[in-house]
Design a protein around this ligand. Structure first.
Ligand SMILES: Cc1cc2nc3c(=O)[nH]c(=O)nc-3n(C[C@H](O)[C@H](O)[C@H](O)COP(=O)(O)OP(=O)(O)OC[C@H]3O[C@@H](n4cnc5c(N)ncnc54)[C@H](O)[C@@H]3O)c2cc1C
Length: 327
């Protein structure tokens, strides 16, 4: 059986491993403490925050087939939110998601999805891969000097900038990948002692430096501790991503308070996460990077239009190419 190393254990890396596991001996490498990537959940007892992806839609048959068993297993559930669109603090549209295209969330947290999917996979967490070395096979070096050897193929499932930093110059798609851009974003996480009087569950906002607000504690099967997420606009994040965390928290609390027309300073838990590579700029992309000469391949949401479904589809497309051209 050939040996494959997959770098990154977000949905793209995990899906690739699941789709190829019968043909290959696969090891995933993940720099964080656990799997999930941008579908992670931040816990700050008793509060839970899905501080990356908020929900996902299912628009292709391939993803539908993948998602159905997750619904049956109770790992995801439909989120029938009361959704609004706001022009700063004025409601301009209202939608009842119970009557719309289904939106899904992991239960009881967003990271339940990847944890469940990864339960039988071989994963080395807390392992940041820094360099690849080529001999007759590939070796991977982590940032603590450990070496992992004898991989026939290496697949990356990480954002594009990190791909070009990591893969050697011999990889034939370097120049194409260098052109692909991602937007940054901040996720402000606020926990409150009491339920706030907000009469929607999720909101998309224009004309503000806050672009999204959701009441995480109102997603299905959450606990009752009132947890609110506010995401910054991409423009604000691009200008402030390196800025002092306290300043950004204070600014975004004020901005979110203005949008909601209520003072959020009473939050007992306040934190922020800055995502340097949050969302694909070009949501229409559908590209494949399979270098059969170097035995290097790439997947990730940004290869297939971004978002959760794009992460899965990039893995699905890559697994198909492997089956057609390699196994
Ligand atoms: C704030 C925010 C809100 C979002 N909202 C939505 C939404 O509502 N709906 C939706 O569909 N999508 C949303 N998205 C996008 C969605 O989260 C992503 O499209 C999807 O999760 C990407 O999965 P992925 O596997 O391609 O990448 P990732 O989840 O980013 O996985 C990459 C993994 O690689 C690891 N890694 C990186 N470099 C290395 C290295 N050198 N060595 C080892 N490991 C490494 C990272 O730690 C990470 O775990 C949102 C994203 C963000 C950030």
């Amino acid at each position: 059986m050939i040996k494959i190393a997959i770098i990154g254990s977000g949905l793209a890396g995990i899906s690739t491993a699941l789709l190829l596991k019968d043909q290959a001996d696969i090891t995933l490498f993940e720099k964080a403490r656990g799997v999930s990537g941008r579908m992670s959940t931040r816990m700050a007892e008793p509060y839970l925050f899905d501080h990356g992806a908020q929900y996902f839609t299912v628009r292709t048959d391939a993803f539908r087939s993948f998602v159905h068993p997750l619904l049956d297993a109770g790992v995801i559930a439909r989120w029938n939110a009361n959704y609004v669109e706001l022009d700063r603090n004025k409601i301009i549209k209202y939608k009842d998601w119970a009557k719309e295209e289904p939106r899904y969330v992991g239960v009881p947290k967003m990271n339940s999805v990847n944890k469940y999917l990864a339960r039988n996979l071989k994963i080395k967490v807390n392992t940041k891969i820094k360099k690849l070395e080529k001999g007759s096979t590939w070796s991977l070096l982590d940032d603590e000097g450990n070496k992992y050897s004898e991989f026939d193929w290496v697949i990356t499932a990480i954002p594009p900038r990190q791909v070009t930093e990591l893969l050697p110059d011999s990889f034939k798609y370097h120049e194409d990948i260098k052109k692909i851009e991602m937007y940054p974003s901040f996720s402000l996480m606020l926990g409150f002692k009491k339920e706030l009087n907000i009469d929607f569950d999720a909101a998309k906002i224009i004309n503000s430096n806050v672009s999204w607000i959701s009441i995480d504690s109102r997603k299905p099967f959450r606990n009752n501790y009132f947890a609110l997420i506010a995401q910054s606009s991409a423009e604000y994040a691009a200008q402030n991503i390196r800025r002092d965390k306290t300043h950004v928290i204070e600014y975004l609390i004020q901005e979110t308070s203005d949008v909601l027309s209520q003072d959020l300073k009473s939050a007992v838990h306040k934190n922020i996460h800055g995502w340097l590579y949050a969302n694909a700029v070009d949501q229409g992309k559908n590209v494949e990077f399979f270098d059969i000469d170097e035995k290097l391949a790439v997947c990730g949401d940004w290869c297939c239009g971004g978002r959760v479904e794009g992460a899965f589809l990039s893995a699905y497309n890559l697994a198909k190419i492997f089956r057609e051209h390699y196994f």
